[in-house]
Design a protein around this ligand. Structure first.
Ligand code: DX5
Ligand code: ZN
Length: 223
């Protein structure tokens, strides 16, 4: 299991009328991953973008595309997002009765499967999927919008996942998503998260590059 900390800026927080500039900011900041929040207005009460946006973004960055599907019936769209150039495709446990089948679909298309859980979903709900995923995304806010406050109780799930990794030898990365900033990143890292998704905090930082280092715990300031 990789233990290096990755900060994944979320394009949702960028200016949708000028996504290219947002991507340039992400690339200049040296981000290795780009988090893409796909929302259908049904699974979550917001609508963002679809496969064409992902394909257009694919052409403008060499970063790992971390596609977060906040959509109903994710199995219907795995192919479209794989064709668009996704690297990780993460679906929500709450939107897929046949989650194992979705992980197979994602792998069959050459992408890396992730499963996400909302704040009210326990880790036990995805226990049977853990051997088959490369990423577990713990939502630390209710999905649908950026700029929310992190729900501290959700970090306990990160600790539970770390214990399962240790006891059963699983190799998935643990991602936290929502309300990650200089004040909350330390607790998320200490809980065991190794992917920190950051939208509003990243795009409002004076120096996004050094802000990423702060979130990752690499800079001098202790967070
Ligand atoms: C929320 C999305 C998050 C969000 C993070 O539904 O999944 O990725 O964009 O934005 P911030 O960092 O502003 O909470
Ligand atoms: Zn997300």
């Amino acid at each position: 299991m990789e233990s290096s900390i990755i900060v994944a800026p979320s394009v949702l927080a960028s200016d949708f009328a000028d996504v290219a500039s947002g991507l340039d900011l992400i690339n200049r900041a040296g981000a290795e991953w780009v988090h893409l929040d796909v929302m259908d207005g049904h699974f979550v009460p917001n609508i963002s973008f679809g496969p064409k946006m992902v394909a257009d973004i694919r052409r403008r960055t060499t970063g790992t595309l971390d596609v977060h599907l906040m959509i109903s019936e994710p199995d219907r769209y795995v192919g479209a997002f794989a064709d668009a150039g996704a690297d990780f495709i993460t679906f929500h446990q709450e939107a897929a009765v046949h989650g194992h089948r979705v992980t197979q679909l994602i792998r069959d298309r050459g992408c890396r499967p992730g499963v996400a859980i909302v704040p009210s979903t326990p880790v036990s709900a995805i226990e049977e999927l853990l051997p088959f995923v490369d990423l577990v995304l713990v939502m630390t806010v209710n999905p649908g919008f950026g700029g929310q406050q992190l729900i501290p109780e959700t970090l306990r799930k990160v600790e539970q996942l770390v214990a399962l990794q240790r006891d059963r030898g699983y190799r998935f990365r643990i991602s936290v998503d929502g309300g990650i900033n200089a004040e909350t990143a330390g607790a998320a890292r200490r809980a065991g998260a190794t992917v920190l998704v950051s939208g509003s905090a990243f795009f409002t930082a004076d120096d996004p590059g050094s802000y990423m280092a702060t979130l990752a715990g690499e800079s001098g300031t202790i967070v």
